[in-house]
Design a protein around this ligand. Sequence first.
Ligand SMILES: Cc1cc2nc3c(=O)[nH]c(=O)nc-3n(C[C@H](O)[C@H](O)[C@H](O)COP(=O)(O)OP(=O)(O)OC[C@H]3O[C@@H](n4cnc5c(N)ncnc54)[C@H](O)[C@@H]3O)c2cc1C
Length: 493
Amino acid sequence: MAKKGITRRGLLGGAAATAAFAALPRSTQAAGRSADVIVIGAGLAGLTAAREIAQAGRSVIVLEARNRVGGRVLNHALGSGGYTELGGMFTGPTQDHIQALATEVGIGTFPTYNTGNNVFVGGGGRREEFPNNTPFGTAPPDPVVAPDIALAVTLLDQMSQSVPVDTPWTSASAEQWDRQTLDTWLRSNTSGSDEFMAVTSAATEAIFGSEPRELSLLYTLFYIAASGNEQNPGTFERNFNTAGGAQESRFVGGAQMVPLQVAAQLGARVLLNQPVHRIDQSSTGPVTVYSGRHFRAFGQRVIVAIPPTLAGRIEYDPPLPPLRDQLMQHMPQGTLMKFEAIYDTPFWRAAGLTGQAVSETGPIKVTFDTSPADGSFGVLMGFIGGHEARVWENRQEGERQAAALQNLATYFGNQALSPREIVEFNWSTEVWNRGCPVAVLAPGTLIDFGAALREPVGRIHWAGTETSTYWNGYMDGAVRSGERAAAEVLALL
Ligand SMILES: Cc1cc2nc3c(=O)[nH]c(=O)nc-3n(C[C@H](O)[C@H](O)[C@H](O)COP(=O)(O)OP(=O)(O)OC[C@H]3O[C@@H](n4cnc5c(N)ncnc54)[C@H](O)[C@@H]3O)c2cc1C
């Protein structure tokens, strides 16, 4: 689709829609706006969809529940100066869509700090340092767990190649793979040792905010297949690695700069503080979207660009088909907290460490150096996910922070015990997220409900990273989904 910027036709489209609104009964006009398309959610998916629609010369309104845009992408101003990123932050090869969007709105990237040795802490506190450029990438080449890691990754990569990213439920082995969890498969196909299973938990807690026992094997294979693009089949390594993988780069100024810039282009089309609670397409008139007690938005088509579990909280008239409704009941969000310790300097670099660790013992089991590009201060970011998050989110803040800092000290030395600032963010307590980073699909979900994932219902269309083919769960998937939903709608206007 040609990029035309904000066009005269777009303004005319808005005028025509306003005229349609004027024709509505006076009582309906109390507080309302009208447009060709109403988009729900100003995350990357919704903003991308709106941008495409505006550029095609159609009128569009974005209704966002919060007083900010960006959704799961969020910059945080530090008390001691500078910022950190509480949500999506990394990008890497084959994530072409988020990177193209960032370039178009003037946001560049810089490499994630990745010089020196990574740290692995195994059973009994066994601490090892290893170069970050072994064939294992970010996975630890520790002799106790390495054979199982190599075996599992090789098999999972191979199996994922037969999973079509647009219809994983049609894979020849779909039934067999969607009746078991990642956990049961790992225990049957590797040594299943306690140490290896602890390492797989460390990985899934950071990637999915969940445990191997919660994840359908088919969904896991789909996620691996999705870690690529149309030219490059997905691999686990591209998902998990820093060099050559999804953690390779970061956005200048923080990832939230991308949605902030897109929203600035959309201007008054983005309405904040508009939590949508009802969508009515019961008549032949415009679809009516309700927010708050009085606000109504009227459109020819609606794009719901929010996570399925939140879409399931909206009331629909007429009710959605049962398969769609139950799909949304089967897609809970993962449980993931970010813990960030801020230091005067990135002291671990002088000790030859990348700031990346993988550990069998939590609460923090995976870390990154997320200091600013110029290294003017140090940030160690750790994920507390899955079971660890469910246990530790309920503990006293002081107890949790002491345990997290002790993890960092084990990985990077005792200087880690004295940060100048600590930032913690629990996405499960955010009412407009209900968890993160992505929906977690248990066995049976893709096979029975997958077909409803992107299928429009009347004049309602679905976007959001959970609907993406490639890089599902990532910023790239969100952008892709917004582009796809916009194309779907534009073809029908
Ligand atoms: C801790 C964490 C780490 C992550 N790390 C990475 C990473 O390094 N790299 C990467 O690529 N991805 C990462 N992700 C994932 C990435 O952030 C998401 O995939 C992406 O931002 C999702 O965008 P979205 O537009 O689909 O959904 P969202 O960002 O969830 O946007 C949905 C929007 O809809 C709004 N909304 C919800 N309900 C309603 C309603 N009823 N009415 C109106 N508005 C509503 C929400 O407030 C939100 O703004 C991470 C996510 C988290 C949380």
